[in-house]
Design a protein around this ligand. Sequence first.
Ligand SMILES: N[C@@H](CCC(=O)N[C@@H](CS)C(=O)NCC(=O)O)C(=O)O
Length: 192
Amino acid sequence: MLTLYDAPRCPYCARVRIVLAEKGVPYEAVVIDLDDRPAWLYEKNPVGKVPVLDDDGWVLPESAVIDEYLEERYPEPPLLPDDAGARAAARLLVFRHDDFSRPYYALRRGEPGAGAALAGELAGLDGLLAAMPYLTGGSFGLADVAYVPWVLRARTLMGISLDPFPRVAAWLEELTERPSIAAEADIVAALA
Ligand SMILES: N[C@@H](CCC(=O)N[C@@H](CS)C(=O)NCC(=O)O)C(=O)O
């Protein structure tokens, strides 16, 4: 049985919740209070962050690595393309996600210029979605999973309009039809 050390408000945890839901893998969620983290969490992850996955006593932190692990351990349905180049392109987007999250968190802290920087990143995603239907390529997958928690939160919690980014808006609308993402949209709505 898998255990996920989880926090509803955490977008990194959302990445893992989405993959577990997409693959239909049962798990137990242990909700961590991020404002009062238990000391034992540091035994599972020395930096004290969630998500952490526990697979029968073997623990793994870092959302992007956990999602890759789940993809290998539970290959169906696949969340990476068959083609090696397309897989690498999807992984590159996940690898560069900090370029997106940096202005997102800067905006939350109210830093000057962050709104324009985040708009630039959303415009970048919009450009990618002009060339392919999903950030992962021809089908939904791990690159979409990597970004959608922040786009949902930017829209619903930070009031960022997606009107200037119509492909991102359409992508989010389509993704929200998936039960895994609809569940996340509900979690985010409850945080608002
Ligand atoms: N790189 C980590 C980031 C995880 C992360 O920052 N989690 C936040 C919650 S959203 C956390 O646990 N924060 C506690 C802290 O920063 O001490 C991942 O991808 O899993």
